[in-house]
Structures are given as C-alpha cells and as structure tokens.
Design a protein around this ligand. Structure first.
Ligand code: NOJ
Length: 502
C-alpha cells in the first residue's frame, strides 16, 4: 500500500517537474534559498531561563478561541536548535530567517540583558554559521515585551522608540559580528491593522463594539499612532546601525511588509482608483515615508489630523532608512470601492481609505501574481534589493505528509521569481514559510505551512519531512527525486479551503 502511494507520488513529482522545469543552477549562485520561522512561533520554553511574556503570549492564550489551544512547547526549538540546524543543512538551505525574542534577551523590555537569552542566540547563530547557513534576523515579530505594553502602552507610546533602539543596540553589539542581515520589523502594516483596528492580532485592541471582542482601543486613531512609532523605532535602530556598526560589521538593515496582489474587482474607474488607495494603505503607509519621506497623499487627505506627522529631524532619520526590503507574499485580493461615508465592516483603516477587500484578504494566487507584486514594488520604489521573506501554502495541520498542493504552490512561485530575475528584478533571496509546522498566527495549532510536520503528540516533537521538504531539498541539491525517500501518508484528510480553516 505504502509503496503504491510512494510510487504514485514519485511519478507525480517527476511529471510536475517536467512541466515548467527549472533548476537551482538557473538562479544566480549567490541567490539565497532559506526557511523562515519566528521566535514565539517556534521556540517554546516560554517560561524558561528568565524569559518573560510578550504580547504574543497574551494573544495566544486568549485569541478568541481561534488558536486551537495554547501549549508552551511549540516546536521547542529552544532545546532542539541543533537538530533543526542539521535538518536545514541536510536540506541544503543557504539561510535561516528567524526572530529574536526581545523578552528573552531583555526580560524587562529595557534594562539588564538576560545571560541565558544571550547564550541561546549565540549558540543558534554559531550553529548556523558552522553549517554554512546565513542567519537573517528579525528584531520584532509581533512580540513586544508585555512589560512595556503594561507600563506605557507599548507601540502607542513614543517611549518605545528609545527602548527599541536600546534592544537593537544589544543585538547589533552581541550578534552583529556574525549576523549580516537585520530586519527591524515584521509586517508592521498588518500588525497595526490586525492589532489596533480589527483587534484580531496582538495586542488585540480595537474600538469595543458588540461585534468584536475588544475591551479597549480606538480603531480610528491607534493604528496610525502605532505605525508612526514603529516607523520611528525602525529609523532609530537603522540610524544607530549605520553610525555605530555597519562599517565594522559590513551588514545590511531593512524592514519587512506583508504584500498582496491587489486587483480591482471590476474595471470601473471607482474600483481602479480604490485599488490605488488600497496600495497606499497596505504598502505606501510604511514604504512611502521610508522611500519618499512622507505618508501617501491619499492617506493624508482621508485620515486628516488623525494621521501623525513627522518633524524634519524625524523625517531625516526615516527617509532612506533601509538597505533592502523584505516582503511576505501569500495571496491576491480583490478591491472594491467603498463610497465615502460607508463603514467597512470591522475596519476603520479600510473605511478611511474607502476600500473593501472582497471575500477577505485571502482570495487566491497564481504564481504570476507574486511576480506582479515584485514588479509593482520595483516600479513604485526603485530597484531596491528585495528578499521574499515568506511565501508558502496553508493546510490543516494534521492533514497529510503528502502535501503535493504545497509542492505545486512552491514550484510555481519559485518559477515566478526566476521569471522575474530573467526580466531584471532585484530579488536576492526566497524563504519558505515555514520551515516547520509552527504555532500559527491566525490559527494556532489548527493550520500549518511547514515543510516539516511536527507531531505535537510525540514527546520528542518528532519532525517528519513532508513531500514539500523532499521536493525543496531535491531542488536545492540539484537532484530530481530520490526514490529512496518513501512518502509516508499520515491521514487522508482532504484539504479544505483557507476560508474553512481560518
Ligand atoms: C505572516 C507572519 O509573519 C507569520 O507570523 C505567520 O505565521 C505567517 N505569515 C502565516 O500567516
């Protein structure tokens, strides 16, 4: 039975790779292929060795019953990092994108450094380097120390800029001899919309109403304030890096955003204009200040005095503050004009922009859409070095090791990156989200994107390669398919659509 399944999977893989074939050698030799995770989602050991809670911990415990249970192990990478690095090395990865837990390194959010936190990240980085895997480090991935949230409201208070800069200083000083790629923030654009407008992401704030679970917040002002302080924090860290470390350490600093393919629902002028406003909101909000020195005009007009403004000194820091841009890409969304005065359900920022995303954020994707996003960014912001920091496909967590839809997704999207490179794009690397089945942001342990299945019922949290891990590894090793690798089928669960699982 098993060999039949393996044989079928093998034939399928060969067929899949015959059509639209390409190989690792078609990419520039210095193009990076990596896997990605984030601290809270992969480390576990939340209460060990002096780590204190972050806003991600608080969210995970209460996330509206959406998360499917919260345990304190996750993938336990804190204890299993050696095993995981070995797995990455065997797979042939060139780079690993992970984040540092601020509250593990500096448990109070500010003040003394935790020697155990320092030791853990030093060990992880050394292990990566000794296996010839480049560490690409993110400083904030939805996990501000809860202590700072409690003390002064976290990203809503200007005091966070000083504390983030001090945290970044510790990271650059302690790890910068080996870490050459620093990303200050992960997806600030969606972090503020989800966290301060919709209330569905940490720190779960929004204007309380009968249709949401928020007990505090103000959706019409807080997303803009939080984004402003995030931009200032990013800029303070980038400027520090450039002044104090870059010359010695020869590294690069950037920021990351979640991107979408954005398509007008219809070809009417209203929907076409709405799509431009959606681009301003979803990308320009963060990127225009950094690349052009101010928020997009449509936002200034529509948000008015609720949109904070930059002083001249702040702008000098913000403008030009990245060496590269990291993008996360999953899906394309359809945009519809929402007439002024009409309230877009559950969102003040979309109401301000007078746009609606039809059918939620996650519609569908074709690999070509990723290429279009890259083209759009390069046309709008110049030929900045780009890293695809996240791309991958969601499935229910305990579905099947035979994840051929994911193989198809990855195969197609990597091909799209190659087509883009052949047309002159400046993409420098591609990271699969996620290396392992981590604790997922919007679904806890119910859904997963991993190349490796992590069995939560197994005491050792055994990692098992899915078909996608084998496909990716074969691609990186310039092999077609290794017939020695049997495809074990777990359960024959069917794959529901994303709307069924989120
Ligand atoms: C976005 C986030 O960066 C990551 O935390 C999340 O798990 C994935 N993409 C999938 O939604």
């Amino acid at each position: 039975m098993l060999w039949k399944a393996s044989f079928a999977a093998l034939i399928w893989l060969l067929a899949a790779s015959a059509a639209d074939a390409y190989s690792r050698d078609d990419f520039p030799p210095d193009f990076l292929f990596g896997g990605a995770t984030s601290a809270f989602q992969v480390e576990g050991a939340e209460e060990e060795d002096g780590r204190t809670p972050s806003i991600f911990d608080t969210y995970a415990r209460t996330a509206f019953g959406m998360s499917g249970g919260y345990g304190n192990k996750s993938c336990d990478q804190y204890h299993k990092y050696k095993e995981d690095v070995e797995l990455m090395a065997k797979m042939g990865l060139n780079a690993y994108r992970f984040s540092i837990s601020w509250s593990r390194l500096i448990p109070g959010g500010k003040g003394p450094v935790n020697p155990k936190g320092l030791e853990y990240y030093n060990n992880l980085i050394d292990e990566l380097i000794s296996h010839d895997i480049q560490p690409h480090v993110t400083l904030h991935h939805s996990d501000l120390p809860q202590a700072l949230e409690d003390e002064y409201g976290g990203w809503l208070n200007r005091r966070v800029v000083r504390d983030f800069k001090a945290y970044a200083d510790v990271c650059f000083r302690e790890f910068g001899d080996r870490v050459k790629y620093w990303t200050t923030m992960n997806e600030p654009n969606i972090f503020v919309i989800g966290g301060y407008d919709g209330g569905i992401l940490p720190p779960q704030r929004c204007s309380p109403s009968p249709v949401n679970n928020c007990s505090k917040g103000n959706s019409s002002t807080e997303p803009y304030i939080a984004a402003h302080n995030i931009l200032l924090s990013h800029a303070a860290a980038a400027s520090l890096y450039r002044k104090k470390y870059q010359e010695k350490q020869h590294g690069f600093i950037g920021i990351n955003i979640l991107t979408f393919g954005l398509l007008p629902l219809t070809n009417t002028t209203e929907d076409l204009d709405a799509t431009e406003r959606a681009k301003d909101l979803l990308m320009g909000w963060i990127l225009n200040p950094i690349m052009f020195g101010d928020y997009p005009d449509t936002m200034k007009t529509n948000v008015g005095t609720r949109l904070p403004s930059f002083t001249k000194t702040e702008l000098d820091l913000v403008k030009g503050s990245i060496d590269f841009l990291g993008i996360n890409y999953y899906y394309t969304s359809y945009i519809k004009n929402s007439p002024p005065g009409h309230q877009v359900e559950g969102s003040s920022t979309f109401t301000d922009a007078a746009v609606e995303i039809v059918g939620g954020m996650f519609n569908a994707t074709t690999p070509r859409d990723l290429q279009k996003v890259v083209d759009l960014l390069e046309q709008s912001y110049g030929n900045l070095p780009l890293y695809i920091h996240e791309n991958g496909q969601v499935t229910p967590r305990n579905s099947s090791l035979d994840d051929r839809p994911r193989v198809k997704y990855l195969h197609g999207h990597i091909k799209a990156v190659l087509d883009g490179l052949r047309n002159g794009s400046n993409v420098k690397g591609y990271f699969v989200w996620s290396l392992l089945d981590v604790y997922e942001l919007l679904g806890g342990y119910k859904i997963s994107f991993g190349l490796y299945y992590v069995d939560l019922n197994d005491q050792n949290l055994r990692r098992q390669p899915k078909l996608s891990a084998r496909w990716f590894s074969n691609f990186l090793h310039r092999r077609t398919i290794d017939p020695e690798l049997p495809i074990e089928l777990e359960k024959n669960a069917s794959m529901p659509s994303l709307h069924d699982v989120i």
